[in-house]
Design a protein around this ligand. Sequence first.
Ligand SMILES: [Zn+2]
Length: 625
Amino acid sequence: MTSTRRRPIPPTLILWCIMTTIPAAALAAEPVRYALRFPAPQTHYVEVEARIPTAGKPEVELMMPVWTPGSYLVREYAKGVEDLAARKPDGSELTAAKSRKNRWKVATGGADEVVVTYRVYGRTMAVQANWIDSAFAMLQGAATFLTPADGVARPHEVVVDPAQGWKQSVTALPPAPGGKPHHYVAADYDTLVDSPIYAGNPALYEFTVDGVPHVLLNEGEGGLWDGPRSARDVEAIVRAEKAFWGSLPYDRYVFFNILGEAGGGLEHKNSTVLMGSRWATRTRASYLAWLNLVAHEFFHTWNVKRLRPAELGPFDYENEVHTPSLWVAEGITSYYDRLIVRRAGLCTVAEYLAGDPPSAGEDRTINDVERLQTTPGRLVQPLEESSYDAWIKFYRRDENTPNTQVSYYVKGAVVAFLLDAEIRRATNDAKSLDDVMRLAYSRYSGDRGFTAEEFEKTAAEVAGTDLAAFFRRALRTTDELDYAAACDWFGLRFAKDKPEKKADADKDKDKDKPAKAWLGLTTKNEDGRLVVGHVKRDTPGFEAGFNVGDEILGVGEDRIPPSQWSRRLEAFRPGDKVSVLIARRDRFQRLDVTFGLEPPRDWTLELLPEPTDAQKARRKAWMGE
Ligand SMILES: [Zn+2]
């Protein structure tokens, strides 16, 4: 039983649920039965016992996923497996040997069932990884469970034996029939992998929407996190997204909110794992970022967990799976996450337009348009290619990434914004991207998923117009996007389009402040050394030949201490020519530099102060007011 459930489900209802969700073949197949134990959680291990049915075969081969759905990188989960051994139910030993990097072959000795034991190390605080310590365990299916590699659909049962002092286990898996505590059953292996399991002593908040139970699990509130407020706002987001999609497609949903000072979120079919800081309810910017994360992962309940690109399923856990459509899965979700927070009334219109609160290394809020327009890689990599190459590029970023890549999250969200405006314009606000998502969901949320072509056709059908040119430019070229029509439709402008009066006032204010010299590179202080972090393409620093890792020592004949770099740049003007002394691979070298002028950061979106009545109405229909 999951101890988080307010009312126990009647056994007949459980049986009905299982009968309706488990395919007939799986009912015929014997289940795999796991036991999870934590005899010494402070050492970061979970001990796994797996009872594997053999169907009378002389040998069974077991498989561990190399990646987990939603996170497109081969992570080699088998590397966490130790001390794998096999025996018959009577205790006699069996041979188990590796047959591939992520597979093992076990001789059955004629037994109907083999008992495989192993332990898994988990001390990575990330949404795709396991964490086990003295306080709690947060386990991901792909990183924990071996399964027969025969592809037969069968139920997978799990019994959790919490460590001493841990009172709860929580998962979105339904309780196994019989009502034994900490005993769960997954209809198949996909469901098991898609159902993270928590054990520990969390703060739990329960609420129902349309009679459907939801749980917010906060691990690590630590007297800082405002639990009741977070639960109220999560409920508001659930209600807003239910209103968007029309209904809730699950029997119960769990938000695992792990406050362990890490970041990120990963969607699952009936739950999500969120990671954040327990300080986040204390400042507006960090709390808004958390609400956006909640809205984002919860939106995936529909967009990607049920309405998914055809290439992503059925899951091949042992190989990369490439799709051009992550801009739909992640970009459109990113467009809606903050919009849903706005529609739920949890942020102001100004906060919505401002964009994402600053993340590491940023000094201010940045909207997706600015993030895209200041990334040189937008002119190198088309959006669909960014999606297709996620495995080898987006998830394997290096110092040159901004020069060569565009994020399918960021450009995908911007394209979604433009597409939404395009559809609203074409239908005179009778239809929107909301309708496209709902229609696509009604058509393609079954087993097969959608192809890129089918998604585009669905959008064109809702718009009642040919969108081929729009999609070609936005998805398959690196041509710059045009924001004029969307801004005009909603009554928005970029701050650079300020009326004359205000611009003159700003000019006056800045008249005495001459422009600062600019190189277009970032620097960091490494143990008292000023080191180049990132060199943006087509900037003075790039032209002068600065490299990542160069140590900047001085300008002309003068040394520049790391703390003084920014101030010294103020002493030069765009167009000044200087010689910069650097050390590269421990050799001194001089670079001749001509300073440039930093491009204005003029992508801040704001409302037109005097919108037409039509623009007012469109804004209201778009983001609520
Ligand atoms: Zn996402």
